[in-house]
Design a protein around this ligand. Structure first.
Ligand SMILES: [Zn+2]
Length: 358
């Protein structure tokens, strides 16, 4: 089969590799669509970060480069390993792409398996990936979806679940007002979950195209251009002077963090959802004097079932976020190039590893 494999910084190759076979307890999936994620771009431009090098293996898989990429994917079950009897060939599925130690409790009550030592992701740290025609995945990480969800939209359930977990971390509830800094993919999916839960959403974003996308997709009630408007003043105007109940930092930009701190009401919650490659110059005094709750969020933990239900019930429409569809051969020259050099024109570019559906 064909697969996109990460060798090193700026070295991703489309190659012919052996088909996977499902071991006991595993599910074989024919990949339908796989999204390109900002994390994939980081690996390409600044990595390896989650990916192994050719001589330093990923701790839990023991794999070295090259590894197959792709962690945001949907597909159809095409084979079952020994002992898997609660799925059937032909089922539509998405994958919660975790590589987690066998000794970690990952049952439905666990709230912290995603924070366990050595945690990594399928499609980054080894264990196959969604940028290939097929993948074998442990049953634990496979989630069945209703066939009424189109498989292209289903590939966005993984990033949507990141948004779901961020919202869960904020304790936002219906009737609250949320301010989101940044309308990139994570800002948009976080907004989608908030809207589905009855929260009013204000988004601050520099790019005119992205502000328009947030409005057109119906995930923002208000958008603000931080270059021409005072975001915190606008939020107070929209909340009778109170300020936002919750805020989400989705840019890793210092001035956005400052703006959110300013726009929050006293005792508000600030969730940091972006990956910071540098230290923040944080206004601790303001945090103390407003009794702000500052919380981090990373990936998801037992959030896929509830997120899938939101999509199955039609409370979230993922179609507006799909801005391109390509084949494996276009991965770097079309897909990565667009997201690196013209990223305000795109939200999610999907890859069809088999070429079907293009
Ligand atoms: Zn991702």
């Amino acid at each position: 089969m064909r697969a996109a494999r990460y060798y090193d910084n700026r070295d991703i190759r489309i190659e012919e590799i052996e088909d996977p076979t499902p071991a006991a307890g595993e599910v074989l999936i024919d990949v339908a669509w796989c999204g390109i994620c900002g994390t994939d771009l980081h690996e390409y431009l600044d990595g390896p970060i989650f990916c192994p090098t050719h001589d330093t293996p990923t701790s839990l898989t023991g794999e070295t480069a090259p590894v197959t990429m792709g962690h945001e994917f949907s597909g159809v079950v095409s084979g079952l390993g020994e002992g898997v009897d609660d799925l059937a060939v032909g089922d539509h599925v998405v994958v919660e792409p975790y590589i987690i130690g066998d000794d970690v409790e990952t049952g439905p009550e666990s709230r912290d398996y995603h924070l366990s030592p050595g945690m990594n992701f399928i499609g980054l740290g080894g264990a196959g990936g969604g940028l290939a025609e097929k993948i074998a995945v442990k049953r634990r990480w496979v989630h069945r979806i209703d066939p009424s969800i189109p498989l292209d939209q289903a590939a966005l359930i993984e990033p949507l679940t990141v948004g779901y977990h961020a919202v869960e971390r904020s304790d936002a509830k219906a009737g609250d007002v949320a301010l989101i800094g940044g309308a990139g993919p994570i800002g948009l999916v976080t907004a989608a979950v908030l809207k589905a839960q009855g929260v009013t959403v204000i988004m601050s974003e520099l790019s005119e195209l992205r502000r328009q996308k947030a409005l057109d997709a119906g995930v923002a009630d208000h958008v603000v251009d931080p270059r021409s408007e005072d975001v915190a003043a606008k939020v107070r105007e929209l909340t009778d002077g109170r300020g936002a109940d919750v805020a989400f930092e989705c840019t890793s930009v210092q001035v956005v963090l400052d703006t959110l701190m300013d726009a929050l009401r006293p005792r508000g919650v600030l969730v940091v959802a972006s990956i910071w490659g540098h230290k923040a110059d944080f206004d601790m005094h303001r945090l103390v004097m407003k009794e702000i709750d500052l919380r981090g969020t990373i990936a998801y933990v037992n959030n896929h079932p509830a997120t899938i239900t939101l999509v199955e019930e039609g409370k979230i429409d993922l179609a507006p976020f799909i801005t391109g569809k390509i084949g494996l051969d276009g991965l770097v020259d079309e897909g990565f190039d667009t997201l690196i050099n013209r990223n305000e024109t795109a939200v999610k570019i999907l890859v069809s590893p088999s070429g079907e559906g293009l």
